[in-house]
Ligand binder design. Structure first.
Ligand SMILES: Cc1cc2nc3c(=O)[nH]c(=O)nc-3n(C[C@H](O)[C@H](O)[C@H](O)COP(=O)(O)OP(=O)(O)OC[C@H]3O[C@@H](n4cnc5c(N)ncnc54)[C@H](O)[C@@H]3O)c2cc1C
Length: 507
């Protein structure tokens, strides 16, 4: 069993592989210049470190080219690392887990293949960004909304396959995936679920499969390269209300969490709310950091016919109004209004992408501000949330670095995201932040809160935390990895899973 990080990393015959990639894709689609490759470093690690540098970057434009790239990698034993837009900042950015890997950059596969307004789904290639999907939906008639993360520059496939989160009723992005086309580690092309039939009418409208559902195998796993994905979308509501609660203190926090859980479970609140600490809003709803004020903000939304939105708002006012110290407000928009929203917070819950939140984040250490997000998952119970918030704040106080918390709520669980800021040009500070993350992992493991997504440095440590029955889950993942990826070329080390040749080298 390999729960320790392999030390030696075989990278195969890179020169022959590069020659074959160039014949396949052309010189312009194969980057080997070290200066140009700097663009694929993780911007949120120490900037001078070459620890995660790739040896090359290839840019296929079709599924067939991706398949041919994978076959070449197998022939020459060269590890590949894939990204769709490569904006996975705070979870590794575009950088590979194994230094010397060849990056498969899918930005040039960027077609919105299909929009089905009637059945409310789209089919996208990996390079399609949230900005692109939004534009395509508006051009198609505007009857569909996509959920989006806070930044519009990422890809629909990269974010959703990593269990990314947005803030509309379709905010659990992995839940929207219906039907994948995948290039396996051997280069074979498969379509999952109902899409496995030629001419299938049901590839992107029915989520189950005949037999085992394999779609999940290709999410956050490094077991294949997704080249196409069906994605479910929300019907444009007639009305949308962006709603805010603000309060101070533990009692109000616990009460608001318990109440919000009930409102989500009974269907009054259908989106994915967030709870922010250390953030203040001006009159237009624009946020700024104010960690010294013990202020909590809850952002949620209501959608539907105007009568329903109004009725649900009245219920929220009544229920939250009964909790001492709550202040509540809302702004209402027509569903077909895509331009007049007051700020990022109102846009993001309506699926309108922007990059505005970067201004806020860059207010800490300037343009290059980096941050490390720590993302353990726990139960959505007021008392637990208060206790966890105190625990995490205590851990941050030790480093004295600046941070803020954003709790991402689902009806039963909460992701306790805390964001620790640092200057990536400062090696000492960067090291301290990553070390603190390791300490936090240990504390939250004792609490029984697993992490749902992590950075390159901590993938092995997080995988090792799933320790039921002597890490049976990791051993199962390794068996699947060995079966699908016999030469161990596909994203080695992704999510802490190493193919046999890396495990053997580590012995
Ligand atoms: C300020 C800020 C705010 C953020 N807000 C959010 C937020 O609100 N919600 C959220 O979820 N995240 C958020 N993030 C995290 C992250 O930046 C986004 O999730 C971003 O969309 C991920 O980048 P990407 O879509 O370009 O994915 P990529 O970088 O393209 O992919 C991420 C990973 O997925 C795998 N992968 C990608 N494409 C494929 C493929 N085609 N086949 C197989 N595997 C693949 C690879 O392992 C890759 O490393 C935020 C980050 C920052 C810095």
């Amino acid at each position: 069993m390999s729960i320790t990080e392999p030390t030696a990393r075989p990278i195969g015959d890179i020169d022959r592989a590069l020659a074959a990639f160039t014949i396949l894709l052309g010189e312009d689609a194969v980057i080997t210049d070290p200066q140009e490759l700097l663009a694929f470093r993780d911007p949120f690690t120490y900037r001078e470190s070459d620890q995660w540098d790739a040896s090359a970057c290839v840019m296929p434009t079709s599924t067939e080219q991706v398949s041919a790239v994978v076959k070449i990698a197998n022939e020459h034993g060269v590890p590949l690392w894939t990204f769709s837009q490569g904006r996975n900042n705070t979870y590794g950015g575009p950088a590979p887990r194994v230094p010397g890997s060849v990056i498969v950059n899918l930005r040039n596969m960027n077609r919105v293949v299909e929009i089905n307004e009637e059945l409310a789904y789209a089919v996208v290639e990996p390079g399609v960004r949230w900005f692109d999907l939004f534009d395509a939906l508006e051009e198609a008639g505007g009857k569909l909304w996509t959920s989006i993360p806070d930044l519009g520059w990422g890809s629909v496939i990269g974010n959703s396959s990593e269990y990314g989160r947005g803030y509309t009723p379709y905010g659990d992005h992995a839940e929207n995936i219906c039907g994948l086309e995948v290039v396996l580690p051997t280069g074979e092309i498969v379509r999952t679920g109902m899409g496995g039939m030629i001419g299938s009418q049901s590839a992107h409208i029915y989520k189950h499969a005949f037999g085992p559902q394999l779609q999940g195998l290709f999410q956050s796993s490094g077991l294949g390269i997704i080249t196409r994905m069906g994605y479910w979308l929300q019907r444009r509501p007639e009305a949308y209300a962006s709603c805010w609660l603000s309060f101070r203190g533990d009692e109000a926090l616990a009460a608001s969490i318990d109440l919000m859980r009930e409102l989500m479970l009974d269907g009054t609140v259908t989106n994915y709310p967030v709870v922010l600490h250390g953030v203040e809003l001006d009159a237009d709803g624009n946020p700024s950091f104010s960690p010294e004020k013990d202020l909590w903000l809850v952002r949620f939304a209501l959608y539907g016919r105007p009568e329903i939105v109004d009725a649900n708002w009245v219920a929220c006012e009544r229920l939250f109004g009964a909790v001492p110290g709550m202040s509540l407000r809302r702004r209402v928009y027509a569903g077909d209004d895509r331009t007049s929203h007051a700020g990022h917070e109102d846009r993001v819950m309506a699926g309108i992408p922007d990059m505005d939140i970067l201004d806020l984040f860059q207010s800490v250490y300037g343009e290059d501000t980096a941050h490390l997000d720590f993302s353990p998952v726990g139960p959505l119970r007021g008392a637990d949330v208060v206790e966890t918030a105190h625990l995490m704040r205590g851990l941050y106080e030790k480093t004295r670095e600046r941070f803020f918390s954003g709790l991402m709520l689902s009806p039963r669980s909460v992701i306790h995201i805390s964001t620790m800021f640092f200057d990536p040009h400062d090696e000492k500070q960067t090291t301290a932040v990553y070390e603190n993350y390791s300490a936090m992992l240990a504390v939250m493991r004792d609490r029984g809160y697993p992490v749902y997504r992590t950075n390159l440095q901590h993938m092995d440590a997080v995988a090792a935390q799933f320790d039921f029955n002597d890490n049976a889950l990791l051993r199962l993942n390794e068996r699947i990895k060995d079966a699908l990826d016999p030469n161990g070329i596909m994203q080695p080390g992704k999510s802490g899973v190493w193919a046999r040749r890396y495990r053997e080298t580590a012995q």
